[in-house]
Design a protein around this ligand. Structure first.
Ligand code: UDP
Length: 238
């Protein structure tokens, strides 16, 4: 049973439980995908039926963002905690490294995925990088075919929301991979081009504030957070 917040059902899991499930899916036939909605994505889903469908059909729906954790609490159905996409990805790569699994990196501007691949290869020596592709392409089919030809076990799909969620739903089976994970701007972080917030901000749930200070043009996107909380309060009244 998922914890429903404004139509999006979240899996109530710790990061360790989520990674264990990811590892299990890697060894289970068929294409599976993971989404990590934050309040901004929940708000997008409310106005985009295809995005909602893509998120609801995911095999794992992880609560990324402190706003989702607050929202669940307000509704009287608290979650175990926040599971960030990046934290999930790091622990998954550790496990994949132990098992000799292969990973394809899809997304971000040209050159970024290659840089990320080189860094990840150093950090996770047993992990095999099956290939990379930037996120600015016109047709899906050739990209999915390239992933299939690479034989990747997993794909990190970093195209921003809701593009990546829709992409995984539509193209997952054609990639031949067992597990696809939608991870937004993570390749920019793995490449070293974008710094993650210092630990203080991460631990206190203020990572959004750090990102806003670094990049004030995000304000339009960030305003979705108060809107999300207003909508959750409305739901509670009902
Ligand atoms: N991106 C992409 N293709 C597109 C649009 C975006 O590959 O058509 C990439 C973009 O370069 C960035 C990521 O998707 O690396 C989105 O990052 P953002 O900061 O929006 O993601 P967040 O982590 O905030 O969801």
């Amino acid at each position: 049973m998922r914890t429903e917040i404004l139509g999006v059902g979240f899996d109530n899991m710790t990061v360790e439980q989520a990674v264990a499930e990811g590892v299990r899916l890697l060894d289970t036939a068929g294409a599976h995908y993971v989404v990590t909605p934050n309040p901004e994505i929940v708000e997008i889903c409310r106005g985009d039926a295809d995005a909602m469908e893509a998120v609801r059909n995911a095999d794992l729906v992880l609560a990324d963002g402190i706003g989702v954790v607050y929202g669940a609490k307000m509704l009287g159905t608290p979650l175990k905690g926040r599971v960030t996409g990046i934290g999930f990805a790091q622990q998954l790569m550790s496990r994949m490294s132990e098992n000799g699994k292969s990973l394809f990196l899809l997304g971000a501007k040209p050159g970024i995925a290659e840089k990320a691949a080189a860094n990840l290869q150093r950090q996770y020596p047993g992990l095999r990088i099956a290939g990379t592709h930037d996120g600015y392409f016109q047709e899906d089919e050739p990209v999915a075919a390239e992933i299939a030809a690479s034989g990747a076990d997993a794909v990190f799909v970093c195209l921003g929301a809701p593009k990546q969620e829709k992409w995984m739903r539509k193209n997952g089976p054609a990639t031949g991979a067992r597990l696809l994970v939608g991870l937004g701007g993570c390749l920019d972080v793995f490449s070293g081009d974008v710094q993650r917030a210092p630990e203080f901000f991460q631990k206190s749930g203020l990572e959004w504030l750090y990102r806003l200070a670094k990049n004030p043009s995000r304000i339009g996107r960030m305003m979705k957070l108060p809107l999300f909380l207003v909508h959750v309060a409305g739901e509670k009244k009902k």
